[in-house]
Design a protein around this ligand. Structure first.
Ligand SMILES: [Fe+2]
Length: 230
């Protein structure tokens, strides 16, 4: 395990007043560590259904293609020493190109896309690599403060070797004009750590005349660790 120094403010705090919902949901008392039970550590991680070969492609889940800008999102899952982490379930969820989630509580008056569910999953290969084909998500309003808009982002979840080993983070896009006013982005207070959540435009993996690519490595530990949500 890496012992490289990592700033204390590299992960978002439970209470970050600018992010209004944390004022209500952050615990008011100190957390109590609870030891994992044996079944939490040894039990199966996934459900009964195996990850299918097409689960990583969010543009092929329906008869028609979703609207918007098709993109490739790919990267590696790495430990603190830069070693690839294979066989990790990576789940992704996001808004559609119009900035709308297919979810009952999303009331943003932007169109749903009948050909886009906004969720996919992949398992890292022996080199720790994952790859998704999806649609670039739109920005969306969220009423946190006056004229509040989330910077475009993709939610990602990783499972380790046991059900209790789960990380959740968000991936952003380079040069987004909304970063400055997004308190979820800024709840990671360390600037270097914040930039670890921004994907890299990747011309090399771009498929000519088909889709642009963005690279996003997820690092589990150490100074370069990707910030994760509590
Ligand atoms: Fe979101």
């Amino acid at each position: 395990m890496s012992t490289i120094y990592r700033p204390a403010d590299a992960d978002p705090p439970l209470l970050f007043p600018d992010y209004k919902a944390t004022r209500i949901r952050a615990p008011k008392r100190p957390l109590i560590p609870i030891e994992h039970t044996l079944s939490e550590i040894t039990g199966p991680v996934y459900g009964h259904e195996r990850v299918g070969p097409g689960d990583h492609d969010l543009t092929k889940q329906f008869e028609g293609e979703p609207l918007g800008e098709r993109i490739i999102v790919h990267g590696r899952v790495l430990d603190g020493d830069g070693r690839p982490v294979p066989d990790t379930l990576v789940e992704l969820w996001q808004a559609n190109a119009s900035g709308r989630y297919r979810h009952v509580v999303d009331r943003h008056p932007a169109p749903l896309d009948p050909n886009f569910a906004g969720a996919g999953r992949a398992v890292t290969d022996r080199d720790g690599r994952y790859r998704f084909v999806t649609i670039k998500p739109g920005a969306y309003p969220w009423r946190n403060h006056d004229n509040a808009w989330r910077a475009a982002h993709i939610h990602l979840s990783l499972f380790g070797r046991a059900f209790a080993q789960r990380l959740v983070t968000q991936m952003y896009f380079p040069g987004d004009p909304l970063f400055f006013q997004d308190p979820i982005f800024h709840s990671v207070r360390d600037q270097d750590a914040r930039e670890l959540m921004i994907s890299r435009f990747d011309l090399e993996q771009t498929v000519p005349e088909w889709a642009l690519a963005y690279e996003f490595d997820i690092v589990l530990r150490g100074r370069e660790a990707t910030p994760v949500e509590a």
